[in-house]
Design a protein around this ligand. Structure first.
Ligand code: FAD
Length: 412
């Protein structure tokens, strides 16, 4: 299947990318960067290529990122705040970087549109099925209303909910099986949030410090914090974020944002220039299986770090690895989190989900007792085993140990 051909009206491609969001377009980017794959025929399908600035990606990076030219802002100092606790930390050797969704979408799509081997289909995908489940080399068929295509490899990021629409996340939560033993079920939390880019008339922000977590906000019976990322002295992204089992009504995020901004800036006037909402799944429950020739990527493909909701850097790693495997003709492995880091994520998630310790207390202890660089290595899955142990020692043994044992038993 080296070139797109129309055979009995079904076109065949080497690769079909089902879903052109963060993961689908990252994969496309790395494929376009791989000289060995330049002749592969690729079909990219999404229900809409009319992309908007629907998300802001922030991530830890100690290197030059693949999208360095798109970095909108970066911070080398962060601060953490909780009752009786205020700490500023240098992030070196990491930077906390921000990329705007629209810049990323436009950059990858405009490059892809200039390539003759890359084709686009704007449709809602209805079904993806292997041609012969006993023989992956026969490829799979992707069907949309009024059409279909066959691919040798399919890369899907089609979630059963939309991460930027709270209502679909809530409906998905309701559909989850609640019959399992409630004391032992595997945790599933949402990291749900509403953010506003606010513009003040006079300088109010220190643009070099990202307020990463300010826990001095209503905790909603769970873990909640405000996130304040200044873009300049007058403008910042301010986001109210909660880790809990259920999303809120939009008006509830707005109420907290209004009060916070009024208190923090003593009633000074501001205008809202942009807003975003989201619900990111924090779980190690598989949202879909990956079976050749249909590979799941991105949020669907377990790229999200379950204990923090960070995904962008892990999506990059996952897609880069896939392209290396394609170039070398290796079988495709999409797993991106090491088993060791998954274990720590599971323990932290278990403590949060079963309310064994307040999130504010956990993060406060972790940031109070460790070098910032060690915490960022842990958050980006680049920490050593000794550094992991050091981070975990920030938590009381009577909290950490039972959760660790429970996670190990659940896996046995
Ligand atoms: C508002 C928001 C902010 C975020 N901020 C961060 C952050 O700061 N840092 C971080 O690390 N992570 C962040 N995330 C999490 C994660 O990085 C992103 O959600 C990322 O976009 C996930 O990529 P994805 O490709 O898995 O999903 P998506 O980017 O959502 O892509 C899925 C694509 O599939 C398409 N699609 C879905 N169903 C169909 C269908 N049936 N037919 C055709 N097309 C379909 C959609 O249109 C979409 O383009 C954020 C998420 C959101 C929602």
């Amino acid at each position: 299947m080296s070139n797109a051909v129309v055979n009995n009206k079904i076109a065949s491609y080497d690769y079909i990318i089902a879903g052109a969001g963060g993961a689908g377009l990252s994969l496309l980017h790395y494929i376009m960067e791989a000289p060995n794959l330049a002749s592969k025929s690729i079909l990219v399908i999404d229900k809409s290529f009319q992309k908007t600035n629907d998300r802001t990606w922030c991530f830890w990076d100690a290197n030059i990122s693949a999208f360095e030219n798109l970095v909108h802002h970066r911070w080398n100092t962060i601060s953490i705040h909780a009752e009786g606790f205020d700490k500023e930390l240098s992030t070196a050797p990491f930077s906390y970087k921000m990329i705007q969704g629209i810049d990323f979408y436009n950059s990858v799509l405009s490059k892809a549109k200039s390539k003759t081997n890359i084709h686009f289909q704007e449709s809602t995908i209805l079904d993806i099925t292997a041609i012969d489940s006993t023989n992956p080399s026969k490829g799979a068929k992707v069907a949309w209303e009024g059409g279909s295509a066959v691919g040798e490899y399919i890369f899907s990021s089609l979630l059963p909910f939309q991460m930027n629409q709270l209502a679909t996340a809530a409906a998905y939560s309701n559909s989850l099986d609640s019959s399992t033993d409630s004391k032992n079920k595997a945790p599933f939390l949402w990291q749900h949030f509403k953010g506003r880019v606010v513009q003040f008339e006079t300088p109010v922000f220190n643009k070099s410090i990202a307020k990463l977590m300010d826990f001095n906000v209503p905790q909603q019976g769970a873990t909640a914090f405000m996130y304040q990322l200044p873009l300049n002295e007058k403008e910042a992204l301010v986001e109210y974020t909660i880790f809990s089992a259920n999303v809120l009504e939009i008006s509830e995020y707005d109420k907290v944002l209004d009060t916070y901004l009024a208190n923090e800036f003593s009633g000074m006037k501001y205008s809202i220039t942009h807003q975003e909402i989201g619900a990111i799944p924090m779980t190690q429950i598989a949202l879909a299986s990956t079976v050749a020739p249909i590979y799941t990527i991105g949020a669907l493909g377990a790229a999200i770090k379950a204990s923090t909701g960070y995904a962008f850097q892990f999506i990059q790693e996952q897609c880069k690895n896939i392209v290396t495997q394609l170039e070398k003709g290796f079988s495709i492995q999409t797993k991106v989190h090491t088993t060791r880091h998954q274990f720590y994520d599971a323990v932290l998630l278990d403590i949060l989900f079963y309310h064994k310790m307040e999130g504010a207390e956990i993060f406060k202890r972790i940031f109070a007792n460790n070098e910032a660089a060690t915490v960022f290595k842990f958050l980006s899955n680049t920490s050593t085993i000794m550094e992991d142990i050091q981070i975990m020692r920030s938590l009381p043994t009577n909290i950490f140990l039972p959760a660790a044992i429970k996670v190990l038993l659940r896996r046995a």
